[in-house]
Design a protein. Structure first.
Length: 293
């Protein structure tokens, strides 16, 4: 893969894009870049006021629609009201929380938002999708594991980082299984994944951690992090470049922490097709949504 830059984004005129979590960080940078190249970009955000402020700072055609991935009723409402053909869905939004919190449907908040919300949204929008789904994971997936006996942390003592890592591993397993299902259905839709490396966004700050580990990790971020604009490049590459279905893109330097986009390393657990199929079945049960093709 040659080095991908913002200049490699093709003319997106006439294409409709949905970016979740587009009011800040990687999502905002992604949305802005695509709108600048002519796409009609829908900022799917929990806070519409923040979404409108972000959209006002972008060039091009942007819209703001409310989407709370921590509430399946909101996900269903968004999908029901979105009736136009869709060329690109970027599953970007993510949360990390320092203490146990639950979604409106009772799921552990990181798993429920980062994975289950996007799982439901994608399945509900697939009948209108004609291009590509990009799911944003994280280097944290390398430390993740899927505990099917306690996905939502009802039995275990809650630990924020392992819960986050589980949700990011689930993102990759979902993207791969979606790719397999699309191929089996002879669908033209492509499923790819990306991670931003270590980017200077507000995600860690929102966690509000006060532990020594948090302070050390924040110091590390300050030393190696690249900008949200640079962190969005792997997502944009996975969205518009010649990346095959099932491809995974991340920064190429410093063990994936920063640098130009390139094929990224994924944990063996992220390549386990049996686990991916099992997670898909469980996710269908938990969300009441299914692959529609």
């Amino acid at each position: 893969m040659t080095s991908f830059t913002l200049g490699d984004i093709p003319d997106m005129t006439g294409r409709t894009v949905v970016v979740t979590g587009a009011n800040s960080g990687i999502g905002r940078a992604t949305a802005a870049a695509l709108a600048e190249r002519g796409a009609r970009v829908v900022l799917a955000v929990r806070d519409e006021r923040k979404g409108r402020a972000a959209a006002a700072a972008m060039a091009g055609h942007t819209e703001v629609r409310r989407l709370d991935l921590a509430d399946l009723a909101s996900v269903r409402a968004f999908a029901r009201d979105f009736t136009d053909p869709l060329d690109l869905l970027v599953n970007n939004a993510g949360v990390t929380v320092p203490s146990l919190a639950r979604t409106a449907d009772g799921f552990e908040r990181q798993f429920g938002t980062n994975h289950l919300g996007h799982f439901a949204l994608t399945n509900l929008l697939l009948p209108r999708l004609r291009g590509r789904v990009v799911t944003v994971s994280s280097l944290a997936h390398l430390m993740g594991s899927i505990d099917f006996a306690d996905l939502n942390w009802h039995r275990r003592g809650y630990r924020a980082y392992p819960a986050y890592a589980q949700s990011k591993l689930a993102n990759l397993l979902f993207a791969d299984e979606l790719s397999r299902r699309l191929a089996a259905a002879a669908s033209p839709v492509v499923s790819t994944a990306a991670h931003p490396g270590i980017a200077a966004t507000n995600l860690v700050n929102e966690a509000g951690g006060r532990t020594l580990r948090f302070r050390l990790e924040k110091a590390l971020m300050g030393a190696v992090a690249h900008s949200a604009r640079a962190g969005a490049l792997p997502t944009l590459c996975a969205a518009v470049a010649e990346v095959p279905s099932g491809g995974y893109i991340g920064p190429r330097r410093l063990m994936g922490m920063r640098g130009a986009p390139a094929p990224a390393r994924r944990a063996a657990s992220a390549r386990d097709a049996d686990t991916a199929r099992r997670l898909w079945r469980v996710s269908e049960e938990l969300t009441g949504t299914a692959f529609p093709l």
